[in-house]
Design a protein around this ligand. Structure first.
Ligand code: ZN
Length: 312
């Protein structure tokens, strides 16, 4: 089996109020909550996973919602924009919906010849809906007035903000086999041909950019996708050979993870396809009940008592 980085696996961000976060992603954007669990390092905090029907890698946005969290700030050394791929001619629908739900958005514009609609979630996290110029056969989740003709298909891209892009670009090209595709102003588009979608990383180089503050409304890390643990180990070795520090393998119940901070300051993860979100729930029931890692199961009652109530 050839070892490849298969684009993005998931992106993880920080939110404030859990109910507000849940309502926005499931009811306004129409994503499916594919897992409701807790932060494995802080079980009094939820960990929400939103994705397509099955929670396919490349569609998953996850949040740690902290009630009363202080506001973060985008800046250098962070992932600063998340791009979702949407069907052709769907931006009008989304503008109307954003008006109805009082979502902050900007007039659609273009970059690299692709039309997009930039908007913010209730915590100020920056996202955009992009009409991809590459074919995208992934089908979105149909729910709450959102048909497959307009539904979010999964990730299109993620943008990283850097004071100097050289060493970050080297990780992408030399270790992960991405290629520089094009450049517009100080935005450099890197792409892997290992997958058809969720294959783009944009680097914005801005030497005057201040470091970001990682709190509510900002991204915590981005995870790249590998098929399995053997492939993950292959990349772990490459990263060590490049002189970077990386963690050992961590069991996240739904995938195995490794973490390293790339030289530009962004926290990168490498996550496996296995075992996936149907490990402990059927496809029909994904996200419907609180799932706890084995080590916390004996404290379920206490944990459920401490977590904020969530109406689904
Ligand atoms: Zn992660």
């Amino acid at each position: 089996m050839e070892n490849k980085i298969l684009g993005l696996h998931h992106i993880t961000a920080i939110a404030g109020d859990p109910q507000q976060n849940y309502d926005f992603y499931t009811k306004v954007l129409g994503l499916r909550m594919v897992k409701k669990t807790v932060n494995f390092d802080d079980p009094q905090t939820y960990h929400f996973y939103f994705g397509n029907e099955t929670g396919s890698p490349g569609t998953i946005l996850t949040f740690f919602p902290w009630p009363g969290a202080k506001q973060g700030k985008n800046g250098a050394g962070m992932a600063t924009e998340i791009g979702y791929s949407v069907p052709e001619a769907s931006l009008e629908f989304w503008q109307k919906r954003f008006d109805d739900y009082k979502v902050n958005y900007e007039t659609p514009t273009e970059e690299f010849g692709e039309k997009f609609l930039a908007f913010e979630d209730p915590d100020g996290l920056k996202l955009k809906l992009v009409i991809s110029s590459a074919p995208d056969s992934r089908q979105g989740w149909e729910v709450n007035g959102i048909t497959k003709e307009v539904a979010l298909k999964g990730f299109h891209s993620v943008t990283l903000n850097l004071q100097n892009k050289a060493q970050t670009a080297r990780v992408l090209t030399d270790i992960f086999d991405y290629k520089l595709k094009e450049k517009e102003g100080n935005r450099y588009r890197y792409i892997t041909n290992a997958v058809e979608n969720a294959s783009i990383i944009d680097l914005i180089e801005d030497p005057s950019s201040e470091r970001g503050i990682n709190a509510a409304g900002t991204n915590h890390h981005i995870a790249f996708r590998v098929k399995d643990e053997a492939s993950q180990q292959f990349f772990r070795n490459k990263i060590i050979q490049a002189g970077l520090n990386i963690t050992g393998k961590i069991d996240r119940d739904y995938f195995y993870s490794l973490y390293f901070r790339e030289p530009g300051g962004v926290l990168f993860e490498i996550a496996t396809d296995n075992p996936g979100f149907t490990r402990d729930e059927s496809l029909e029931n994904l996200g419907s009940s609180l799932k706890l890692p084995r080590k916390y199961e004996s404290a379920r009652e206490k944990i459920e008592g401490l977590l904020p109530k969530l109406s689904q």
